[in-house]
Design a protein around this ligand. Structure first.
Ligand code: NDP
Length: 288
């Protein structure tokens, strides 16, 4: 078997193009250009690349983006002051705080300080709570991107067993909450695995849909995949000068029914979902 490759790059380009039309229609009717403010603290090169990619994607869709670059010595209070000023700035619709933050800053305190209506990453407890209750204001970007990729692959989720490896607040946990909802591209039976899980292979081999969000290069080997499964690889790991996922891609291609590549799978979709949330944020704020 050779798996169908789920083209996240292509799908994200299509979504951006549709979104560009929606952004200009919204701007024409409301006079508002959606605006995403990005906050980058420190000099982590990977974070700088992620922020640049997000800004470029904004430009392509007609969303205004501004970057607030702070030194790694910035104190938590200084960062919180910036967040407050962005919260109070009516021209800013979405606030993105690029993670990770330097060790002396408490991420939870900072993320909780973002106004819920401007929380386009869907990290604030109010937005997470709404999502868990099945009445989302925003969907968390990476899990939402995975869900769109599963839909794009034409994979039936209703009644399927989805195994998610990883339980982070950003990917694993919200992914589980989204796939278990009643609704489209959901209604799945969920198992969430993590570093304390016993017999991981026995569990992953039961997965009709396997989502790897671990951060360990090629940890999911072909033997861990049920033949014909849909495999969504969230991992981004730098190995030498190459980017690899959490799945051993070449071998997995021979077993899976469908699989996302790294790069070109989940990454571009995460950005597309951030842009969608920014337009939603601008619309919600225009109603106020
Ligand atoms: P975290 O480090 O926050 O979480 C990793 C999870 O994997 C944890 O729950 C951990 O378990 C689990 N884990 C670690 N080792 C094992 C193991 N041996 N067996 C089973 N589970 C294990 O990572 P993130 O969720 O933030 O990110 C995961 C990956 O996805 C990273 O490579 C990251 O770069 C990438 N990423 C990609 C994005 C994209 O847009 N494509 C967006 C966000 C992340 P425990 O909780 O017990 O420690």
């Amino acid at each position: 078997m050779t798996a169908k490759i789920i083209d996240g790059k292509g799908l994200a380009a299509k979504l951006r193009s549709d979104l560009g039309v929606n952004v200009s229609e919204f701007q024409a009717s409301s006079g508002v250009q959606p605006h995403l403010a990005a906050v980058l603290v420190g000099e982590d090169p990977a974070s700088a690349v992620y922020v640049r990619n997000k800004q470029r994607a904004c430009e392509k869709t007609g969303i205004n983006s501004t970057l607030h670059r702070l030194s790694k010595e910035t104190t938590q209070d200084e960062l919180l002051e910036l967040i407050t000023s962005l919260n109070n700035n009516a021209s800013v619709n979405g606030i993105l705080v690029q993670l990770p933050l330097p060790a002396h800053i408490d991420e939870t305190t900072v993320l909780d300080a973002v106004a819920p209506l401007k929380d386009v990453d869907c990290f604030h407890p109010e937005n997470v709570g709404l999502m868990v209750q099945g009445r989302p204001r925003y969907l968390p970007c990476t899990p939402a991107g995975c869900q769109r990729l599963i839909a794009e692959a034409g994979v039936e989720t209703s009644g399927a067993h989805a195994v998610i490896v990883g339980r982070s607040e950003i990917v694993g946990k919200p992914m589980a909450m989204m796939l278990v909802q009643k609704g489209d591209v959901a209604n799945a039976t969920i198992t969430v695995a993590h570093s304390r899980t016993k017999d991981l292979t026995e569990i992953t081999r039961q997965a009709d849909i396997l989502i790897a969000a671990i951060g360990r290069p090629e940890m999911i080997t072909a033997e861990m995949i049920k033949p014909g499964a849909c495999v969504i690889d969230v991992g981004i790991n730098r190995v030498g000068d190459k980017l690899v996922g959490d799945v051993a891609y070449e071998a997995a291609l021979e077993v899976a029914g469908a699989i996302t590549p790294v790069p070109g799978g989940v990454g571009p979709m995460t950005i597309a979902m951030l842009l969608e949330n920014t337009l939603t944020a601008a619309k919600l704020q225009a109603q106020k």
